[in-house]
Write a protein of this length. Structure first.
Length: 453
């Protein structure tokens, strides 16, 4: 069916506004184009436009100023994807029906208030995308095979964080790596730069997960892949001038450098680049992630520093970046990320107390702040159901409770602190052994706190 000139002008205007990252404004011409398509009973074009509206609203959720705006835009995105699925049904595009329903479920998982509901929607997304993959295999649609494997790989990032069984986590990781490698292969052959950048970026995250404690025997290989793929993702995303992908890819490389190499400080430029990208496109999630990473870097600088005054300087940086991360994540209901950001806030005050403060009273105040942050973070971790956020926040909480107990003179208070520290330590060990069984350093620190009289 031929398209009208007005329809083409409207879609062109929508794409123009997308390039300015004005996602809400981009919806306006797209909605007019959708009306025009439906008036002509062009359901195929209407489905594509409705899918694009869903995409724009989802990206707009990350620019929300508050939770109410975030939830409203999320609902609009879900409705648009649902409408798109209905229209694809009219033209019998089974793979696209599955895909739009899958993305609708994924977007919906962001606003679910509890772990079980979020897990259910992510599982639904995963199943529907696998169904779409089978349809594309039958038609040998290479481009959509690559795109769908990207979606499955991305979905498994979230599902892995909600899985607590070690063997299931390893199986999921292998599945995700398979999707990633196959996507990279086909998208490289097609020369599809944007989707190829996505494939390198998401697959680098999975290799990092394996290298950081889940797959000890393959650590060296996975480490090299995590570094190599994130660098390729940066190169491609810069070529296509996509600041969101540039930012996320820089975070992926920065995390791999800071955690898997002997030059962690060189990660700073990548985190700073990601922060700039996030601010340029007003993306709360990207800003939050970059701020979280800069807080982590400041915290590790505190560990490496011996001068108390320099430790205090880095402490100010750590606190600032942690607060920035928590603020931006709080605008978009990211309990897992909020909990993880409280980790650095709590760790910061623990290090301040144990390595910089000389006054007994200042040590006590810092440890109490660490404990308060740890308890707050644990609330978010429990609500999120994230295994990584849970073991992260339990680590500084158990330590600070232990160190404060050693300063306490009241036997009853001392006992309560030690009992809470022991409970947190035992849960931390159990969670660590399930999430990253070969993360020996953290396990050693917790065992020390348990054994120390």
């Amino acid at each position: 069916m031929p398209k009208s000139r007005d329809f083409e002008l409207l879609t062109k205007e929508g794409r123009k506004r997308e390039k300015k990252f004005d996602w809400v404004a981009a919806v306006v011409p797209y909605e007019r184009a959708l009306t025009a398509a439906l008036k002509r009973k062009d359901f195929s074009e209407g489905a594509k436009i409705s899918e694009r509206i869903g995409f724009c609203y989802h990206r707009a959720t990350m620019q929300a100023k508050n939770l109410r705006e975030f939830k409203n835009r999320t609902l609009q995105a879900i409705n648009a994807y649902s409408k798109s699925a209905e229209l694809f049904e009219k033209v019998e595009k089974q793979a696209k029906i599955c895909h739009c329903k899958a993305i609708g479920a994924y977007v919906g998982s962001w606003v679910e208030p509890d772990f079980d509901s979020r897990k259910r929607l992510l599982d639904e997304c995963w199943k529907l995308e696998k169904d779409a993959l089978e349809y594309y295999k039958r038609t040998d649609d290479c481009l959509n095979l690559g795109k769908t494997r990207n979606e499955l790989s991305a979905c498994l990032i979230d599902i892995l964080n909600l899985e607590w069984d070690t063997q299931k986590r390893k199986k999921m990781l292998n599945e995700a790596l398979s999707y990633g490698e196959k996507a990279i292969l086909v998208l490289s052959e097609l020369g599809e730069k944007r989707e190829l950048a996505r494939a390198y970026y998401t697959t680098s995250i999975h290799y990092y997960t394996g290298a950081s404690g889940l797959e000890l025997e393959k650590k060296r290989k996975y480490k090299q892949k995590a570094l190599q793929y994130s660098r390729k993702a940066i190169k491609l995303s810069e070529k296509i001038a996509d600041p969101f992908l540039v930012g996320e890819s820089n975070i992926s490389l920065g995390i791999a450098i800071s955690s898997l190499t002997d030059r962690p400080n060189s990660a700073a430029k990548h985190f700073e680049k990601a922060l700039k990208c996030g601010m340029d496109i007003r993306d709360n999630y990207l800003i939050g992630r970059a701020s979280y990473c800069l807080a982590s870097l400041a915290s590790w600088k505190m560990v490496a520093e011996e001068d108390p005054e320099k430790i205090k300087e880095e402490s100010e940086n750590c606190e600032k970046y942690s607060e920035d991360a928590i603020r931006h994540f709080s605008s978009i209901t990211c309990d897992q990320e909020i909990a993880s950001s409280y980790y650095w806030y709590a760790e910061n005050y623990n290090l301040l107390a144990t390595s910089a403060e000389t006054s007994w009273e200042k040590k006590r105040i810092a440890l109490k702040k660490s404990i308060a942050a740890g308890r707050k973070g644990l609330e978010h971790a429990r609500r999120s159901g994230s295994i990584s956020a849970t073991w992260l926040i339990l680590h500084p909480l158990s330590k600070s409770l232990f160190f404060l107990s050693r300063m306490e003179t009241d036997p009853n208070v001392k006992k309560r602190l030690l009992e809470e520290s022991l409970l947190c330590s035992k849960e931390n060990i159990k969670t660590l052994e399930q999430a990253v069984p070969y993360y020996f350093w953290n396990l050693g620190v917790i065992y020390f706190c348990i054994q120390e009289p």
